[in-house]
Design a protein around this ligand. Structure first.
Ligand code: 5GP
Ligand code: ZN
Length: 112
């Protein structure tokens, strides 16, 4: 299987799990914009947000909701950017839909 996020979900590639449910997985980004930068993915492979069936969409956002306050607390963030690059022209590099949860710090100047 060539999709790197499917390989992470399957445990074939190492990652640091932040949160897991039956249909979604959250893990630390390998190249974080800020400390604690986390990605939330559906466990099944869907390329874009529009491909997600309602149940997977719900599972992903439930995971985002659970993860965001935990990540903020873990790194003592002031806020969080929650974002999706949806499609190649929008900057999506990994074709397995994923939500960026990026801890933000006063004056960091960073964002997805
Ligand atoms: P995109 O540009 O598709 O919205 O974001 C892809 C994200 O995946 C980037 O922030 C990048 O650092 C992260 N990423 C790419 N490959 C890997 C990997 O093998 N492991 C992890 N944990 N993150 C990755
Ligand atoms: Zn995949």
């Amino acid at each position: 299987m060539s999709c790197i996020f499917c390989r992470i979900v399957d445990g074939d590639l190492p990652s640091r799990t932040v949160y897991e449910s039956s249909e979604a997985l959250a893990f630390l980004d390998a190249n974080p914009l800020t400390k604690g930068h986390t990605l939330v993915v559906p466990k099944d492979h869907y390329e874009t947000v529009g491909d997600l069936p309602p149940e997977a969409a719900g599972a992903v956002f439930e995971a985002v909701s659970a993860v965001t306050p935990r990540v903020e607390a873990a790194v003592d963030a002031d806020a969080t950017t929650v974002a999706v690059n949806n499609g190649e022209a929008a900057g999506q590099e990994v074709p397995h839909t994923h939500v960026h949860v990026v801890p933000r710090f006063e004056g960091d100047g960073n964002g997805p």
